[in-house]
Design a protein around this ligand. Structure first.
Ligand code: C5P
Ligand code: MG
Length: 193
């Protein structure tokens, strides 16, 4: 049996992935791993050979090669000593998906994909608002438009792939965080029953 249980969390920039993951960690005790946060930490790590490459992708809203991202995820999973993970912002494209399947077959089981659906306008408004305080180099209109393009062109087909496997729980990310979390709870309760 696989060692790790995984729930992937997907949705456009600003769809509420991070916010809902915080709620889930508080009430369900999963370990939250944000692919974007792990990449930002690796970018900052003194001596990292990937720092510049990662920053280039982040500013451009493009996707870092899976070897880098999947290694960071796997190391964080191993280091945690835990078994249940919420992996947020991954897999974002076919390279991510194929790399994950290859590296994690027999190691991790994907139990569900939480998908927060949101309009482009809401994504942009929320991220520009977050940009006032986030300090993120990609919470600006130019990067955001590229991130949304990547989401539409590369991530939507990954969500479709998991829909065909009947793993997707789709929630309306336009709703208030409390309302979205009420629905998240129902989905996660079902998963653990
Ligand atoms: O999920 P988040 O918005 O924090 O991701 C920020 C950026 O990190 C993405 O726009 C992308 O450049 C990079 N990223 C990536 N591969 C992932 C997740 C994030 O390249 N799986
Ligand atoms: Mg996030």
């Amino acid at each position: 049996m696989a060692k790790y249980n995984v729930v992937f969390v997907l949705g456009g920039p600003g769809a509420g992935k991070g916010t809902q993951c915080e709620n889930i960690v508080r009430d369900f005790g999963y370990v939250h791993l944000s692919a974007g946060d792990l990449l930002r930490a690796e970018r900052q790590r003194p001596g990292s050979q990937f720092g510049e490459e990662i920053e280039g992708h982040i500013r451009n809203g493009t996707i870092v090669p899976v070897q880098i991202t999947c290694s960071l995820l796997r190391r964080a999973m191993e280091d945690s000593g835990k078994n249940n993970f919420l992996i947020d912002g991954f897999p974002r494209n076919k390279d991510n998906l194929d790399g994950w399947n290859k590296a994690m077959e027999g190691v991790a089981d994907v139990k569900m994909v939480l998908f927060f659906d949101c309009t482009e306008k809401t994504c942009i408004d929320r991220c520009l608002n977050r940009g006032k305080t986030s300090g993120r180099s990609d919470d600006n209109l130019e990067s955001l438009q590229k991130r949304i393009q990547t989401y539409t062109n590369s991530t939507m087909s990954i969500i479709e792939h998991y829909k065909k496997m009947d793993l997707v729980c789709e929630l309306n990310g336009e709703n208030s965080p409390d309302k979205v979390f009420d629905e998240v709870k129902v989905a996660l309760d079902k998963l653990s029953s």
